[in-house]
Design a protein around this ligand. Structure first.
Ligand code: RTP
Ligand code: MG
Length: 140
């Protein structure tokens, strides 16, 4: 596979910020060799989250997800690196933290608290198109 320098949007969700895991998550991103391009602490509002999670509108977890994401500040990070879009999602682990592989962020730190929404610590854009759209939303 040829190399491709990409940018992705990483979010440390409110559960990760509240549990003081932002530094650990940044450490893992940097240890992998990715670069931090921009970073901000954001109290997300419904308008931003509705755009960010538009693909999930109408799903059973949509409303609880939008509520959860407003429960505290989120760290938004513009991350650059070789094939970082796919690579960060591997660092993050699968969506459900109860079965995410050890060694991944969600596998090592994620918890299933029995809520409707998986409080899974991080978000990473899932494609080049998503990354461009989401970086525009969170960084303007
Ligand atoms: P993300 O977008 O946050 O990086 O996570 P993902 O691609 O792994 O998961 P996605 O399917 O896009 O879902 C977005 C977020 O919604 C919550 N979720 N809960 N059935 C459930 O309980 C459920 N499904 C999704 C999670 O917070 C997930 O990260
Ligand atoms: Mg997703």
């Amino acid at each position: 596979m040829t190399s491709a320098i990409e940018e992705t949007l990483v979010l440390v969700k409110p559960d990760g910020v509240a549990r003081n895991l932002s530094g650990e998550i940044l450490r893992r991103i940097e240890a992998k060799g990715y670069s931090l391009v921009d970073i901000r602490l954001v109290q997300a509002d419904r308008e931003l989250l509705a755009k960010h999670y538009a693909e999930h509108e109408g799903k059973p977890f949509y409303e609880p997800l939008i509520e959860f994401m407003q429960s505290g500040p989120t760290v938004a990070i513009r991350v650059a690196g070789n094939r970082v879009i796919e690579g960060f999602r591997i660092l993050a682990g699968t969506t459900d933290p109860t079965t995410a592989a050890p060694g991944t962020i969600r596998g090592d730190f994620g918890r299933d608290w029995g809520l409707k929404v998986q409080q899974n610590l991080v978000h990473g854009s899932d494609s080049a198109e998503s990354a461009e759209r989401e970086l525009g939303l969170w960084f303007g």
